[in-house]
Design a protein around this ligand. Structure first.
Ligand SMILES: *[C@@H]1O[C@H](CO)[C@@H](O)[C@H](O)[C@H]1NC(C)=O
Ligand SMILES: *[C@@H]1O[C@H](CO)[C@@H](O)[C@H](O)[C@H]1NC(C)=O
Length: 254
């Protein structure tokens, strides 16, 4: 009897240790306020017993690897200059604070998309810094990560998760009309129920708002396909040597 009680205790203890034995989490790089928002999430993950490692570009403007922190860093080199990154950020801030109000809706959209295009070119160079670096890819494969946690503002986390064969978790619903999250993260977002990010709608929509939300999704999908996905698809196909299959058309998402 004593022995069986002891073995139950040991079993319980093992369960507790097993439960507290957290996962090994890799975190995709991000910048600015997105990084500030990400930090408390990482702290909580560490509190819950997970191990956290963050990918950091050598030209990061906001992620400071010398800052004392409980998470580890995996730095990678990029060919984009820090001045260029500061430049695009300044352009974006100038646009949103001073230029936007003076612009027609069409001008605004064209300017926004121009900024996005430049940003995308830089983002793909960052992606080169991870995927085309044998040193980093070897380290990441040997790191035995259980999961990739990513803020979707910078593309490529889905491709890395695919190459490493680990699940991907997005921290934030961010892109215009949730386009990235629907197509890459396969987030279910029926347009009559889920207001598109940046549509200025809420979850309480009347009929005409639902119709507008539906059109908003469709319109953004067409534009973003043209401006962003064409480029990203080309990049992904080059890396994978095949047609990309991660972006499943919405009608096939369960
Ligand atoms: C990075 O953090 C260290 C330690 O807190 C600090 O001394 C340094 O000034 C920081 N660097 C930047 C660029 O903020
Ligand atoms: C990044 O570049 C520096 C300087 O050229 C080099 O010492 C370092 O090993 C590189 N890091 C990686 C991960 O390739």
């Amino acid at each position: 009897k004593q022995l069986s009680r002891l073995s139950v205790c040991v079993l319980l203890l093992l369960c507790v240790i097993w439960g507290a034995n957290g996962g090994n989490i890799l975190v995709w790089y991000t910048e600015g306020s997105h990084w500030i928002n990400m930090k408390p999430v990482l702290e909580t993950l560490i509190d819950r017993g997970h191990q956290v490692t963050v990918l950091v570009p050598s030209t990061s403007l906001f992620m400071n690897t010398s800052e004392p922190s409980r998470f580890g860093y995996e730095p990678f080199n990029v060919t984009v200059k820090k001045e260029n990154m500061e430049g695009i950020l300044n352009d974006f801030i100038r646009f949103s604070m001073y230029e936007m109000d003076q612009m027609s809706y069409l001008q605004l959209y064209i300017r926004y998309m121009d900024l996005m295009k430049v940003n995308l070119q830089y983002s793909l160079k960052y992606l080169d810094g991870v995927l085309k670096s044998e040193t980093i890819m070897k380290k990441l494969k040997e790191g035995k990560y259980d999961l990739l946690l990513a803020d979707p503002i910078y593309p490529g986390s889905d491709l890395l998760a695919d190459i490493l064969g680990i699940p991907l978790v997005f921290t934030l619903r961010f892109s215009l009309a949730n386009n990235w999250e629907r197509h890459c993260g396969q987030q279910p977002a029926p347009p009559s129920f889920v207001p598109g990010a940046m549509s200025k709608l809420t979850d309480k929509m009347d009929f005409s708002e639902r119709v507008w939300n539906f059109l908003f999704y469709a319109l953004q999908d067409i534009v973003i396909d043209d401006v962003i996905w064409k480029e990203v698809d080309k990049y992904y196909s080059e890396v994978k040597g095949e047609q990309p299959s991660y972006r499943i058309p919405t009608h096939r998402v369960q």
